[in-house]
Design a protein around this ligand. Sequence first.
Ligand SMILES: Cc1ncc(COP(=O)(O)O)c(C=O)c1O
Length: 409
Amino acid sequence: MKDWARSIDAGEWESLAREHGTPFYAYDAKVLHDRCNDVSLAFSQAEVRYAMKANACPAVLDAIRAEGFGIDAVSAWEARFALERGFAKDEVLYTGNFPSDDELREVAGMGLIVNLDALSALDRYGAMARGAKVSIRVDLEEGAGHHPHVVTAGDESKFGLTLDVLDEALAIIARRGLRLVGLHQHVGSGLSTDEHREVWLRAATGLFDVALRVERATGPLEFVDVGGGFGVGYREDERTVELASWGSALERARIERWPDPKRRPALWIEPGRYLVAECGVLVTRVSTIKRARDRVWIGTDAGMHSLIRPAMYGSYHPVYAPRPRAGASERCFIVGPICESGDVLAEERTMPVPDEGDVLIIGVAGAYGYAMASTYNLRARPAELFFERDEWKVVRERERYEHVTGNGV
Ligand SMILES: Cc1ncc(COP(=O)(O)O)c(C=O)c1O
């Protein structure tokens, strides 16, 4: 059973829910550590830059830092927060996408390596940060993901510099006196099938080839960053990807291209979801049960504002009651309090109907859960609790009226 939360007894969930209110996210440090370990073992040759967009909970960031991983930040404030949590400048890569001048100026002030994917962005950044280290994110036309919205390369994607303008990018970098130290690409998110693995490997080895070409033109690179995207199992019968074969195939390709280890650029990877998805659950209470036509609507105090993945991508998350009610299973739809028909957490689950007031657990919610939560309908984002060394800690309070409305700020 991959969901650690099922091993916590119903009484404990009930008392946490009573003490802290619902909904809240709960994270387990041990599961987070185990997933970090998987990645370290499978990619023993790589440096890990955790994609903090997946989950920027301060306790999660601290645990990631304790693993010796760095950060992939996709906004100036992600980068700033990573530095505040103690990551060193050279452990944080900022990847910009359609960045404004203000954003570029802010990251320029932080002294990070800046990874850009548009000629204009390189030129504007060069004008404000002569001598700074940069990396180029390229689009190798190899995209994949669990949903079209998370495919980040290829025709339909706004990401990456296409290779036809790579020489122009190199010329801008030279003219602006920037230092090109890396190349980067990211295929997409939620890669879980054999086919996805092939796309990922083709893109990664394709990036190696581009790196060789760039090294011939401009000199050695410090790193090649092949992105993240590793999927996890959400459904009860779905497996989380076995990363070992991804890592070994990648390393073979790298050694083939750079037989001399002294000339080999460092390999960076940027997993987000894989590290944090399974360590998190969303804990909610049933507010209202309504029977209509052929279905049972189970209303909870969590909704699309707390976890948007089901509404946005049609994603599946396991849902269960720590203390299931006796009685026949029925056709249930679990929904939130948001004024929108898309406010669904789980569709068509055959389960015993809980009572109003019961606690429900929504599993595998540690990635892109709180991170994508909102205050839609003027509802608060949930609290976040972290379980470490036999102790629960509140690491982020539930938002209050003042935060949500801006009233009095
Ligand atoms: C640039 C970049 N790196 C890494 C990631 C992490 O992806 P995942 O959480 O699927 O590993 C993302 C997410 O899409 C990304 O945009």
